[in-house]
Ligand binder design. Sequence first.
Ligand code: SF4
Ligand code: SF4
Length: 356
Amino acid sequence: MSAPRMPIESGVPDPFPYMHPTLKKNFGQWKYHDRPRPGVLHHVAKTGEEVWTVRAGTQRQMDTYTIRKLMDIADQFADGYVRFTIRSNIEYMVTDEKKVQPLIDKLQAEGFPVGGTGNSVSMISHTQGWLHCDIPGTDASGAVKALMDELYHEFTHEEMPNRVRMTTSCCQINCGGQGDIAINIQHTKPPKINHDLVANVCERPSVVARCPVAAIRPAMVNGKPSLEVDEKKCICCGACFPPCPPMQINDPEHSKLAIWVGGKNSNARSKPTFHKLVAAGIPNNPPRWPEASAVVKNILNAYKKDAKDYERMNEWIDRIGWPRFFELTGLPFTKYHIDNWRGGRVNLNASAHIRF
Ligand code: SF4
Ligand code: SF4
C-alpha cells in the first residue's frame, strides 16, 4: 500500500530560521525585560545574554526603495535581523548596547520615528483599503497615515495613561479588530442595484442568505432575474456588496466615517471589550481626513488629561460614566448612539457558545 498523502502546510512560516541567533538561543529562557527609553526594549536572559530591540514606525504600504533602505540599516547599524510587529512597526535587534544610539540616530535621520512601546499611541492597525481589498468604502491605510503624521509626538513618547491601540476598518463587514479608538466606515444609504448585471454576476440565493435582516428578495426586473431590497428593513451594513458588486453601497457622499471607543483584546485586569459608537456621520474626506483626525485627537486629549495612571480607555470610561465622557469630549450624544436593533441581543453576545 502506498503511503498516505501528507497535507501541505501553507500557514505561517517557521520563524526560527529568520530569528536573531541570541533570541533563538535563549528562546523561553528570559529572566526579565525593561524599557530603557521609548522605542527600545531590553531583554535579559537567564544565561546573562542581553538583547536590545529598537522599534520604529513605518507607513506600512512600502515601496521597494523604502524596504531596501530599512534592510540596509539592518545590515549597517544592527545585526542584520528584523521583524515586523502586527502593527506594522519594524524592530531591529542588537546584542551590543553601543549599537543602540547610532541605530536610533540613523532611523530618525531617515524619517522613521522610534517609539510605539509602552504607554504610547502605537501604530494604528488598519485594514487593506483601496490598494488590496475589493470592497472598501475608504482607504484605511491613508486615514492612518494622515492621523499618525499628527500623532508623531504621541508615538515617540510614552505619555498616555496606558497604552493606546487604535484600529480602522474600511467597510462595515470589518476585518479590523477592537480598539481603544476605532475609525470605521459607516454606510448611511441602502445599496443601489444595477439590475442589468445581477443575473450575470451574482449568485442570488447566497446574496439573499447574506443579509442579516432578511431585507433582500429575488425579483424579476425588466424581464431579467434580479434582486430587490426592502429599504425599511435594510441597516446599510454592506454585507450584500462583496458577493454581489452590482449592489453598490459605497458612495462618495453617503458613506461616512464613525468613531468607536473602549474596545480591547487583552485580558489584563479586565475582560476583553467591544468598542462603542461615539461619533457618526464624519465626512470620508481623502487624502487627509481632517475631520476624523480632529475627533480622534479630541478623545485622546480628554483621555490623557482625565484618566488615572494605567487606566485603559474602557476602564477610564467605566469609571467616569458615559455622560461625563460626552461632556469632557464635547461630542454630541444623539439618538443614533442607542442601539435599539432587536438583533443586538445576539450580536452583542460575546460568548463562544453556538447559538441558533
Ligand atoms: S475592512 Fe472590509 S474593505 Fe477593508 S480590507 Fe477588511 S474586508 Fe476589505
Ligand atoms: S446593506 Fe446589509 S441590510 Fe441592507 S440589503 Fe445589503 S445585506 Fe441587507
